[in-house]
Design a protein around this ligand. Structure first.
Ligand code: ZNH
Length: 141
């Protein structure tokens, strides 16, 4: 479980990412699709070349969803309900992919935050993203 301090830290970090959501989000997606090429199959209908408008706009949506949820982490189950349904029933994303994207999000944050991404921030963010991914994966049964 996340402590109050960890929740505040996570919200603060994501708040800083909002103005650069397209950059950060596009990098997370590009890292995911490069490192785990199987994930590209879900984006066959989009232009996913580095820097493409699709990659940037989709990346932005993902970052904004994660940032919005971080403002009130205890309500995650409610906030994420629409995304849960979308990913499970409509997009049918294999839930193992959530872990892959979360890994790439951690790496992207580390690359952008430098020293600010210290072990405490890393551990807190890992817990948050794992919880997020678990909620997204919950509707599959
Ligand atoms: Zn996802 C979509 C988020 C993961 C795939 N997504 C989406 C959106 C959002 C998201 C916000 C939009 C919606 C609307 O529009 O309404 N995701 C998200 C998050 C995460 C995710 C937050 C985590 C963390 N996804 C994911 C993965 C994958 C995906 C892992 C694969 C691999 N998504 C997707 C798709 C889509 C989405 C395919 C659709 C796109 C288009 O546009 O078409």
């Amino acid at each position: 479980m996340l402590t109050k301090h960890e929740k505040e830290l996570i919200a603060k970090i994501w708040d800083k990412m909002i103005p650069v959501a397209s950059d950060i989000g596009a990098e997370c997606l590009l890292r995911m699709m490069t490192t785990f090429p199987g994930t590209k199959t879900y984006f066959a209908h989009l232009d996913i070349r580095p820097g493409s408008p699709h990659l940037r706009s989709h990346g932005k949506k993902i970052v904004l969803a994660i940032a919005e949820c971080s403002k009130d982490i205890s309500s995650m189950m409610v906030t994420l309900a629409p995304l849960q349904t979308l990913h499970a029933y409509k997009l049918r994303i294999d839930p193992c992919n959530f872990k892959l994207l979360c890994h790439c999000i951690l790496v992207t944050l580390a690359a952008h935050m430098g020293d600010e991404f210290d072990p405490v921030a890393h551990a807190a963010m890992d817990k948050y993203l794992s919880a997020f991914a678990a909620v997204l994966a919950e509707k599959y049964r």
